[in-house]
Ligand binder design. Structure first.
Ligand code: ZN
Length: 415
């Protein structure tokens, strides 16, 4: 791999502000995503990928043509936007070559320190090239590390036609961070047997499970009337909401008290007044059937609250969000098996991990395109203390090339 070219790509991409905007109506939610997409299309065309284009939604689509093999198409996916939680405007990336170990003080704000004690993975990276922001913005390695890895892999394959692989579809999406990453991506149009999102942390990990997720909207209706004449007539939805929340478990089954494979109920937003209060609650479980149990807890809390506020009305509306990708991956086991096999060929082994969240891959998988998530060398996403490791990005590129080869060879040997 051309590590220096990969680094320069990454640095080019992080300097374009692609912060997703939660409150924006349009798609994509910010103009920087279109600007970065245009740059990527230009770069893909310059590699000789003639079908590269940006669609009406700003999504970049392209195909690395097959070389020396008839195998089925696989797809690679990464997202152009960065998290709205931390500013991504005016990123000034810092490149630390030959990291000496210890803490990294960020030059734009020396009070910001990436502490070795808080990032145990740094211990193994002495001598490597690390990239950080200057401490005043995020870096944007989530997911520009994924973009750079896909782009460098595409360039490498175009330059090495001797490597046998089937067609590789690229889908570089917008607004993943605000949950709209695949709103306008029809998995059918990729015509691929499997897809890999490049959006994971560290090196040599493959995310094979995500939460299954529902969103509950709880609406509590009271009766509003001027407080001066409220006796016996007012029903205060704010008080009913407090009573309702008190009845939800909080020393168990909450994000604050769970980890690993434990699920939770998470009331995360509340708005309203005396007449009506609306509470949004996230329901999360690895076992999809377990979501019903969480919804039942909400309904029971609602019923109990009504005994205390009989004149109030409480409505619990539960909507599905995404499903544990393990269910869809089980239907196409080659997606994970070939990725593991590909890494073994490189003399490395993949760690299978579980995400306490969802990925674009969870939705693509649910829509019928099995899509595990691979590591890209990004670390501490959504933070001013975000960083990336160039050598781990190189490892991701090598992994992708090997995956493409395994798909081609395995398909050929089965013909
Ligand atoms: Zn991401």
């Amino acid at each position: 791999m051309n590590a220096e070219r990969l680094l320069q790509r990454f640095l080019r991409y992080v300097c374009i502000d692609t912060t997703a905007r939660d409150d924006a109506e349009g798609y994509p939610s910010s103009p920087g995503q279109l600007e970065l997409g245009r740059l990527l299309v230009e770069e893909l065309r310059a590699m000789g990928i003639r079908d590269a284009r940006q669609d009406d939604y700003g999504i970049v689509l392209a195909t690395v043509p097959a070389a020396g093999a008839e195998g089925p198409a696989i797809a690679l996916c990464a997202h152009l936007d960065t998290s709205p939680e931390t500013s991504g405007a005016g990123v000034r990336p810092q490149v630390v070559r030959g990291y000496r170990g210890g803490d990294l003080v960020l030059p734009g704000d020396p009070s910001r320190v990436i502490r070795a004690a808080e990032c145990p993975e740094l211990a193994a990276l002495a001598g490597r090239t690390l990239i950080t922001s200057d401490g005043t913005t995020l870096l944007g390695a989530d997911d520009k590390a994924g973009l750079a890895v896909i782009m460098e892999t595409a360039a490498w394959l175009m330059e090495h036609p001797g490597i046998c692989h089937g067609p590789i579809r690229l889908a570089l999406t917008c607004d993943e961070e605000i949950g709209r990453g695949v709103d306008h991506l029809d998995p059918e149009q990729l015509q691929a047997v499997a897809c890999y999102t490049l959006d994971g942390s560290g090196a040599d990990t493959i995310d094979v499970e995500t939460f299954s997720a529902d969103l509950a909207v709880v609406t509590l209706r009271g009766v509003n009337i001027h407080p001066s004449v409220a006796k016996g007539r007012m029903v205060n939805a704010v008080r009913a909401a407090a009573a309702f929340l008190r009845r939800l478990p909080h020393t168990t089954l909450s994000p604050e008290t769970t980890e690993g494979r434990e699920g939770f109920l998470h009331p995360y937003e509340m708005r309203g007044g005396v007449a009506e209060v609306q509470i949004k609650v996230l329901l999360r479980q690895f076992d999809t059937a377990g979501l019903d149990g969480l919804a039942e807890l909400l309904r029971r809390a609602a019923a109990d609250t009504l005994t205390e506020f009989p004149a109030a009305a409480i409505h619990v509306d539960v909507r599905p969000q995404y499903r544990n990708m393990a269910e869809g991956l089980a239907r196409e086991p080659r997606a994970v098996a070939y990725a593991q096999q590909a890494l073994q060929r490189l003399g490395r082994s993949a760690r299978r991990t579980v995400v306490r969240g969802g990925t674009d891959g969870s939705r693509l998988t649910a829509l019928g395109l099995p899509t595990p998530n691979l590591s890209t060398g990004q670390h501490t996403p959504h933070s001013l203390l975000e960083w990336a490791c160039l050598e781990e990005m190189v490892m991701a590129c090598q992994w992708l090339v090997s995956i493409a080869e395994v798909w081609a060879e395995e398909s050929e040997s089965k013909d």
